[in-house]
Design a binder for this molecule. Structure first.
Ligand code: NAD
Ligand code: 89Y
Length: 343
């Protein structure tokens, strides 16, 4: 099999995970990197032994010599860089949040469709081992038809030390973290018809909301709650675990803190350990996220080889991104939002 050559743009905090994961992925490797900050370019270039280094993305594309681009910058540059990839007909991965607005996200999907290139959003949380285990339990019909769910992420972990920009934006938890939880809710219970949200800012040292409670009406008739908080101090810090409760016509599923999967039905209760692997380069408590970075990047390569659509393609992610926009809109107006009408 020929190894696909990739270029990575944005050598910041999270890109280190992506670079480690590319070393583990079979069928692809990174041959060039780009960052407008020379210090970050040197740190990542030296750590991963990449000689081709660029301070400017236009120069990177002009030189070419790679089969795909992995965009690991923050949201401000996503539209420009995805459209640059489309102009150069280079398949692209783009970090979450996909765009600043839903209309930008739609334009990015359109640009890639017109250019005939695959576009995948790096929406990795659905690739976490415990989330995959919940989906598998539902697919194997252990609890009948699900009618209710809760997708919960409550923590007081200091995310601001590694990602200081999270304290500075007008928007925080829904756009940064809730976006993953909303995607998991879609992945498990299906697309969403309408949504109602409430938000709060508890931490006075940040600008945006750090608590959100979101009620989802799924197209299949199920109801779920997505609740996220970075203002919740607990006796055992759960970061970065998403806890799940699902009630179905024949039983229940609980994904509990410490990665336990509990299934109860007419046969009784089974409890399984669905902990993520601690990859050689990973560290606790981030290993759950780090393993999912590897999984989504391997999926990128596998689907390219098959010529098949990615699980979190740009067009799939429009349906998650619409939930983010709808949640802010609902919280601001105190109204339920028709999500279908936004797409
Ligand atoms: P960061 O600020 O540490 O790194 C971004 C890097 O991109 C910086 O080094 C910056 O100089 C560079 N950059 C920005 N615009 C550029 C441009 N136009 N050309 C070249 N370089 C450019 O940010 P981060 O914390 O690494 O976050 C990056 C993205 O990853 C964010 O969108 C964040 O939400 C996302 N993220 C995802 C996960 C996940 O699990 N999927 C986890 C953490 C962060
Ligand atoms: O940026 C966020 C993400 O995507 O996962 C966790 C995080 O790093 C902090 O909320």
């Amino acid at each position: 099999m020929t190894e696909l050559k990739g270029a990575l743009i944005g050598c910041g905090f999270f890109a280190i995970n992506q670079m480690h994961a590319w070393n583990d992925v079979s069928g692809a490797g990174i041959v060039a990197i780009c960052d407008r900050d020379p210090e970050r370019l040197k740190i990542v270039g030296d750590q991963f032994g990449i000689d081709r280094r660029y301070g400017d993305a236009e120069a990177l594309f002009a030189d070419g010599g790679f089969d795909f681009v992995d965009i690991a910058t923050t949201v401000q540059s996503h539209r420009t860089l995805v459209e640059m990839a489309a102009r150069n007909k280079v398949p692209a991965i783009c970090q979450k949040p996909f765009a600043k607005t839903l209309s930008d996200a739609k334009a990015m999907v359109e640009a890639c469709r017109n250019a005939g290139i695959p576009l995948m959003v790096h929406e990795n949380f659905r690739w976490q081992t415990p989330i995959q285990a919940v989906r598998k339990a539902l697919e194997t019909d252990t609890i009948g038809t699900p009618f209710w769910g809760r997708f919960s992420f409550r923590s007081a972990y200091d995310v601001f030390s590694g990602q200081p920009y999270l304290a500075e934006g007008e928007r925080f938890i829904i756009e940064d973290l809730g976006i993953h939880t909303l995607d998991i809710a879609r992945y498990i219970l299906g697309d969403v018809r309408s949504l109602t949200a409430r938000t709060k800012r508890v931490n006075p040292r940040i600008k945006g909301e750090d608590v959100a409670t979101i009620l989802l009406d799924h197209e299949n008739g199920a109801t779920s709650v997505v609740d996220v908080s970075y203002a919740t101090r607990l006796s055992r810090e759960p970061f970065p675990e998403t806890l799940i409760e699902l009630d179905g016509s024949e039983g229940t599923i609980r994904l509990t803190q410490g990665y336990g999967l509990e299934i109860t039905n007419a046969k009784g209760t089974t409890t399984t350990d669905v902990s993520p692997k601690l990859l050689s380069w990973a560290s606790r408590p981030w290993h759950n996220i780090q393993e999912s970075v590897y999984a989504i990047q391997q999926h990128w390569v596998d689907q390219l080889e098959r010529g098949a659509e990615h699980s979190t393609s740009g067009s799939d992610n429009l349906k998650t991104f619409a939930l983010v926009e709808a949640a802010y809109d609902s919280a601001a107006r105190g109204q339920t939002i028709d999500v279908g009408a936004m797409l």
